[in-house]
Design a protein around this ligand. Structure first.
Ligand code: ACO
Length: 705
């Protein structure tokens, strides 16, 4: 049974810290922890624990944590794995609040049972565990460096949560080199108890933290992480680096939706859905976090580039397109704003080219005009080293312009290209926290990250949308399949499910004789399609069990016999439940829609165009449920082939509303009927606006009966 959990603020603002396994031997982790804690300016109590007693770094050593006179908010554990359990038991008796367990040798090497036992002991005593297999915690709020990483950590606005200990320690070093001030850095190790979501909840409210960087290897509780992230990103930027973009982790599955939903594709989509910025490299993650922690959020999308070089201006323009930065293009207004400081051989068309002869004063004039112009919301200032510009005045000019833009609440970023003096200038300015870069791409990439944050904050609050569906009719169909020991639905059952869900299907009937087949075809109207219905044949086309475009009675008679014959040859013992006679649909745009339980994020939706688009280009989008109508719509817009839905080359637009409606209905079905693991409509044929959609083939898998 779990006892009441301690407030997480005591992890970040502990009043006392114990080190179990504290050591007086330099080079040992228990020594480094003590030495870092004592030199970090921490004002709370520090208790070294070691059965040998004595003193470590001038502090009296307690032989057991239970001997400590006062309360203990944090007990760092750095004893060998074989001793951890008994130490945790001692901590439980002492009623310690948080246990960051540094020690390795638990679930990461297969020792899962012992890790579980330790968590159990902690939970029943109202303690929380961080790790095991982690490097400790730095928290600026308490001036506490309780890590065995580098000693000096610059306080600031970026919080780092890392799953990898070694990478985390490297990031402490990197944060010093890159002048990234940290509000906290904490490693979560094996995440046996506390995970990213617990820490994010605190960091969202933390006054010191202005941006959050997470390094993640795996996700434990996807739905919870998503719901916490959706909240945090509304108030603070979150940058994630996740390893595992490769395909190896992709799950083999019995449907397109499953095989396309490689864990990384879904992770990527869900992060975007939550407004998280996913970085490919640690470098980008640092650049973005540092910039986002101090940049004002722009009030609009209009960006100008001010440059002394045409070439670099073009490079930046390309980068703006790539990173979604919109260049202001009102030629007349741009001319009015920038004409005065632009030579006749320059250009006031964005990029504003103040030419190679530009001096510091010219930059000041152009940038001041940009800062003051109401229509301009952000600026990129590019500089290529020239002999006419006095580099000695560069640093001062940039600081002045940085302050000018801040006073207007607008972001400005600088990219400087040149030799040694320029590099020194960049280093000096970066140390002061000015957004200066030595490369156009990372400069524009950082502004792009800020604009993604801007877009996310402007999204309407997500109001979950569900459809009205006949859940009891759906449950009845599912119960029947399960009672027969099946984990999939037969064609007519899939059809009944879609009818109860309100997804439009072509007219159809299942028949059991050749005479009935002709009767049904005449009732439905030619042309018709015939399909084998057998619980033992999932892939009907492979079995020769499908005949299309049958125009008359004669063709139906021939096709019926051929289908039965093919099915028996394909699988002699297959049980034939009948033949489906269906309306032959007129051509439309073939799409694929899916709803499935993702291993990490639970219920998810997928949408893409069908046929070659899905087979070859894998042009699909994912979202985790529940979703607002707006979020479903954004999923359609995300695929590269979205223009085909809008209509190309004079075609009328397609019935996008009905596609959105179908996705919402499938999502509602998946959330309502817990027995379903996988639904896929392939194809869902989409007609022109007002003419709706038709679900041609639906495949439904159930959790194993
Ligand atoms: N209570 C308190 N202290 C104890 C106890 C006890 N019950 N029993 C022993 N100790 C003392 C030891 O006497 C020793 O102190 P000493 O130097 O005065 O003798 C101290 O605890 C440490 O014990 P050692 O046996 O010396 O263990 P050592 O320091 O070699 O290793 C450690 C312990 C660091 C926890 C090791 O087992 C380990 O897990 N190392 C990996 C840590 C790691 O990499 N974590 C992962 C994240 S960070 C990253 O990946 C970079």
């Amino acid at each position: 049974m779990s006892a009441e959990v301690p407030e997480i603020k005591y992890l970040f603002r502990p009043r006392s810290v114990a080190v179990v396994g504290a050591s007086g031997t330099p080079g040992k982790i228990g020594y480094s922890l003590m030495s870092n804690i004592l030199s970090s300016g921490y004002e709370g109590e520090v208790y070294p624990i070691n059965p040998k007693g004595g003193e470590i770094l001038g502090r009296p050593v307690y032989k057991s944590i239970e001997d400590v006179p006062g309360e203990v908010d944090i007990a760092l554990i750095a004893v060998p794995a074989s001793l951890v359990k008994s130490v945790v038991q001692s901590c439980a008796r002492k009623k310690v609040r948080f246990l960051p367990i540094i020690t390795s040798g638990f679930s990461e090497v297969g020792n899962i049972q012992e890790e579980r036992e330790i968590v159990e002991i902690a939970r029943s005593a109202g303690m929380r565990i961080i790790g095991p297999n982690m490097f400790g915690i730095f928290t600026a709020a308490a001036s506490l460096n309780a890590t065995f990483g580098p000693r000096d950590i610059m306080p600031g606005g970026v919080a780092i949560i890392t799953q990898s200990g070694a990478l985390g320690i490297a990031m402490i070093g990197k944060s010093a080199v890159e002048h990234v001030g940290l509000s906290t850095i904490i490693s979560v190790g094996n995440k046996s108890d506390i995970d990213e979501a617990d820490l994010l909840e605190y960091l969202a409210e933390d006054g010191l933290t202005r941006a959050i960087l997470i390094y993640m290897e795996g996700v434990h509780d996807g739905p919870r992480l998503l719901s916490v992230l959706k909240h945090v990103t509304r108030v603070k930027p979150v940058v994630v680096i996740k390893s595992g973009r490769s395909k190896r982790g992709a799950m083999a599955a019995a449907s397109h939706t499953g095989s396309l939903a490689g864990s990384d594709e879904v992770f990527d989509a869900v992060m975007r859905q939550a407004g998280v910025l996913r970085a490919d490299s640690i470098q980008d993650a640092f650049e973005w976090s540092k910039f986002l922690a101090s940049a004002p959020l722009p009030q609009g999308r209009n960006t100008v580039i001010v440059t002394n070089g045409g070439g670099v201006g073009v490079l930046a323009t390309d980068a703006c397109e790539r990173f979604g930065v919109k260049l202001y293009d009102d030629a007349q207004r741009l001319h009015e704003i920038f004409d005065e400081m632009t030579p006749s051989f320059g250009s006031t068309k964005n990029p504003i080219d103040i030419t190679g002869q530009a001096s510091a004063d010219d930059y000041v004039a152009a940038l001041k005009a940009a800062a003051e112009a109401e229509e301009i919301h952000a600026a990129l200032a590019l500089y290529c080293e020239t002999a006419v510009f006095d580099v000695n005045s560069m640093e001062q000019m940039i600081e002045r312009m940085d302050a000018e833009f801040r006073s207007h609440g607008k972001p400005v970023l600088f990219a400087l290209l040149g030799g040694e003096k320029i590099e020194t200038c960049i280093a000096g300015l970066r140390a002061k926290g000015v957004a200066v870069f030595g490369d156009v791409y990372s400069c524009v990439g950082s502004l792009g990250a800020l604009y993604r944050q801007y877009e996310f904050r402007r999204r309407p609050p997500a109001e979950v949308e569900t459809a009205s569906i006949d859940v009891s009719a759906c449950e009845a169909v599912i119960a029947n399949a399960l009672s027969e020991g099946r984990n999939f639905l037969l064609a007519h059952e899939g059809r009944a499910l879609m009818e109860a869900t309100g997804v439009p299907m072509p007219k159809s009937r299942v028949v059991r004789s050749i005479g009935e087949a002709v009767e049904a075809a005449e009732e439905i109207g030619y042309p018709v399609v015939l399909k084998i219905v057998s619980r033992d044949i999932l892939h009907k086309s492979d079995a020769g069990g499908v005949a299309l475009d049958l125009e008359n009675k004669g063709e139906v008679l021939d096709a019926y016999q051929a289908i039965i014959h093919n099915a028996k040859r394909y699988k002699p013992d297959a049980r034939i439940d009948g033949v489906e006679v269906a309306e032959m649909l007129k051509p439309g745009l073939e799409t694929i829609v899916g709803a499935r339980i993702d291993r990490t994020f639970g219920p998810t939706l997928m949408f893409g165009l069908g046929g070659i688009y899905v087979e070859v280009m894998k042009d699909v989008a994912f979202r985790a449920l529940p979703l607002s109508r707006w979020e479903v719509m954004s999923m359609l817009q995300e695929i590269r082939t979205y223009p085909l839905l809008l209509g190309v080359r004079g075609e009328d637009p397609k019935d996008i509303d009905l596609v959105v409606d179908t996705l919402i209905r499938l999502g509602t079905l998946l959330l309502s009927c817990k027995e379903i693991s996988d639904i896929e409509i392939n194809p869902l044929v989409v007609y022109e606006k007002g003419e709706g959609v038709r679900s041609v083939d639906v495949r439904v898998l159930l959790h194993n009966a």
